[in-house]
Ligand binder design. Structure first.
Ligand code: CA
Length: 220
């Protein structure tokens, strides 16, 4: 899962980035509104955490421009303001959720995960596909009830497939979601990761190859 974090206060940006990275998210962190607008339109993110007060272009305008450009990613707004009129303006601009500073980091993480789940059509915090379960709050997979040991890269890839279970994701869809924008892409990396995950999921064959298209997670 790849998240765009837009916050101009360096200490807070670093804390949020570290908290999200610790939860298995790939995070692109930027400080100004113009860069945020550009990234949100050009890159593929599963969600954005967007501060309202930003240099160059304020968060509300960034959000409006994303929505005008047809970008539907879930957006969690951060703000120092707590007036209802400001919240209303945020929701009218297309925000999905709101946090007023100062906030608990755990609350940000839980809200963001809920937004991503709902965007994937999942209401519950535990996702299931046949014998495989993902507890999105604990960031743990279980197979046949037993905890599955995965590397960080394997976890990110399998979590992407799980959130989009039943749908085919191309190698580029997957690499964009599991690596940040500085990663020098070698599509073979995805095949190597898929191979390793398949061995860990054996004897269940849950990851299907769609020739020429990509990979799909589905119960046998
Ligand atoms: Ca700010």
């Amino acid at each position: 899962m790849r998240v765009l974090l837009v916050e101009d206060e360096p200490a807070l940006r670093e804390r949020v980035q570290a908290a999200l990275a610790a939860q298995g998210f790939v995070v692109d962190a930027v400080a100004d509104g113009r860069e945020a607008q550009w990234l949100g339109e050009e890159e593929r993110y599963d969600a954005a955490v967007l501060d309202l007060g930003l240099p160059q272009l304020d968060g509300l305008s960034v959000l409006q421009r994303w929505r005008e450009a047809g970008r539907r990613l879930p957006v969690l707004l951060l703000t120092a303001r707590s007036r209802w009129a400001d919240k209303l303006a945020g929701f009218s601009a297309g925000a999905d959720d709101y946090l007023t500073k100062p906030f608990e980091m755990d609350e940000l993480v839980v809200r963001l995960k809920a937004l991503i789940r709902r965007a994937g059509g999942h209401a519950a915090s535990v996702l299931r596909c046949g014998p495989l379960e993902l507890d999105t709050l604990a960031c743990r997979f279980r197979l046949d009830g037993a905890q599955l040991a995965l590397t960080a890269g394997e976890y990110r890839l399998l979590a992407c497939l799980m959130h989009q279970a039943g749908r085919t994701l191309s190698r580029s869809d997957l690499s964009e979601r599991i690596y940040d924008r500085d990663f020098d892409l070698d599509s073979n990396v995805i095949d190597v990761l898929v191979g390793r995950i398949r061995r860990k999921l054996a004897p269940h064959a849950l990851i299907h190859t769609e020739r020429g298209l990509g990979f799909r997670l589905a119960a046998e």
